[in-house]
Ligand binder design. Structure first.
Ligand SMILES: [Zn+2]
Length: 66
């Protein structure tokens, strides 16, 4: 799949490939909770490059790219 963030197509910074597998990861950790960082309890979106497996992290949901 191809994705976009902020109206820009996402391209892998390592190999310039533009197809990714999307997944989600929890950002919270004991340290982040201790310091009261609310954003740290959110899910981050990750995109794993189909070609080189580089992982790109996004704080918000990414859009499907037509
Ligand atoms: Zn790549």
């Amino acid at each position: 799949m191809r994705y976009a963030a902020g109206n820009a197509k996402i391209v892998c910074p390592c190999c310039q490939n533009d197809t990714f597998q999307k997944d989600y990861r929890q950002l919270n950790s004991r340290g982040a909770t201790f310091f009261g960082l609310d954003w740290a309890n959110r899910n981050a979106t990750i995109l794993v490059c189909d070609r080189c497996t580089h992982i790109s992290w996004f704080m918000n949901e990414v859009d499907d790219y037509e």
